[in-house]
Design a protein around this ligand. Structure first.
Ligand code: ADP
Length: 397
């Protein structure tokens, strides 16, 4: 089946056309600066790459049209006509408590997606715009599926998702831990079971998605039982520019001291904190590594805080599940940063984690990086959210 995977942002739209039988990426690219001056990229194996600026893209509909035009282009396209696209899979950030799995989109689902907007006011409207644009350009007969970042975590028990606030804030206002990166955690835990040759239902896994945004999930018997992100993706680990968890009392103290309103405060917590804020150098772990090597103490502190934070979650989630069979590293830092992986795993020997330094000297491909006699396996698994979205979409249509 050929599935077009769409990840729509407010002014951008990432796309991939995948063949779910061969799992091959037929073409992929990015529409950027939608509503501004339109930038379009397209890549397909063996075809000329398109990298165009000043493309008329006043709305997401023209962006989808540009994607379809490129896919059927006689010279560089990969399909003869739009009819070859069997279905469209959309990444949707927030499904609230309504969606515990992916869903085929109809008018009822669209109404429920609209209801989830208050939970993700920056992301869900863009995702909905992407769905409407596909309907407008491709017609109502091409099946579309929504795949949610939050859905995989809907299996968490109340003790893990409830905040210790007055209970009516949960009942009336839906304030609870939702968790994100669910598509990634689901994909890598399924791959881990394949790599270990064991049924996923029998495994206790800790999935570490460490990128610009980072989250950790405890997955027991194929179900997410806890995760580090919360009501929003600001919670949990320190990230590239996000603070992660902190004492809520700090907000009032800093806002009073510096005369900031809540918008300014949240801008600092989301965009100026994390390893960027601590180091003052960069949000990129490569820059931090070079700076630390040259003796920059704050860069070293930021890196140390990050690995310490991940290590604490691993300990906590092993306790939550009553053990762990494998720890998975994925996303930009998890897939590429051997030093971080080593720093995180060192000191966990007491719980049966023994790394193989040679095996750990690897980037961006599936590998077992623990020693042969390590009781707990440590796996590197590149994430593939687009493939997961395409497979869910194919299964539903
Ligand atoms: P996003 O959350 O935006 O999807 P990614 O998962 O792509 O992020 O991760 C991006 C981050 O991965 C970069 O900011 C950088 O910190 C890190 N990264 C990428 N390559 C390397 C590398 N070779 N070594 C260390 N860190 C890397």
């Amino acid at each position: 089946m050929k599935v077009l995977v769409i990840n729509a942002g407010s002014s951008s739209l990432k796309y991939q056309l995948l063949d779910t039988d061969s799992q091959a990426v037929l073409a992929k690219g990015l529409c950027e600066r939608i509503g501004i001056d339109g930038k379009f990229t397209y890549k397909a194996p063996g075809k000329a790459t398109v990298d165009a600026v000043d493309i008329a893209m006043p709305t997401h509909s023209e962006a989808i049209q540009a994607v379809l035009d490129a896919l059927v282009d006689p010279a560089n396209g990969v399909i003869a006509s739009m009819k070859e696209i069997d279905a469209v899979g959309h990444r949707v950030v927030h499904g609230g408590e309504t969606f515990a799995s992916s869903v085929k989109i109809d008018s009822k689902v669209m109404a429920a997606l609209e209801e989830c907007i208050p939970l993700a006011p920056l992301h869900n409207p863009a995702n909905i715009t992407g769905i409407k644009a596909c309907t407008a350009v491709m017609g109502p007969d091409v099946p579309q599926v929504a795949v949610f970042d939050t859905a995989f975590h809907q299996t968490m028990p109340p003790v893990a998702y409830t905040y210790a606030l007055p209970y009516e804030y949960y009942e009336q206002d839906k304030v609870r831990r939702y968790g994100f990166h669910g598509t990634s955690h689901k994909y890598v835990t399924q791959r881990a079971a394949d790599m270990l040759g064991k049924p996923i239902e029998s495994l206790k896994l800790i999935s570490c998605h460490l990128g610009n945004g980072s989250s950790i999930a405890a997955v027991a018997g194929a179900k997410s039982v806890d995760t580090s992100m919360g009501f929003t993706p600001l919670a949990g680990l320190p990230m590239g520019t996000r603070s992660g968890d902190l004492d809520a009392g700090i907000l009032e103290y800093l806002m009073n001291k510096h005369g900031m309103d809540i918008k300014e405060m949240l801008n600092i917590l989301n965009k100026k904190s994390g390893v960027q804020g601590v180091s003052g150098v960069s949000s990129d772990f490569r820059d931090l590594g070079s700076a630390a090597e040259q003796g920059n103490g704050r860069a070293a502190l930021a890196l140390g805080m990050f690995s310490y934070g991940v290590k604490k979650y691993i300990g906590a989630y092993a306790a939550a599940m009553g053990g762990v069979d494998a720890i998975i590293f994925t996303a930009g830092v998890g897939e590429n940063d051997a030093d971080q992986r080593m720093a995180i795993a060192s000191g966990l020997e007491y719980m049966g984690v023994k790394m193989d330094p040679d095996a750990n000297n690897v980037r961006g491909k599936e590998a077992i990086i623990s020693a042969i006699d390590s009781k707990v396996k440590v796996l590197l698994i590149p994430t593939n959210e687009e493939l997961m979205i395409a497979l869910d979409t194919a299964a539903l249509v």
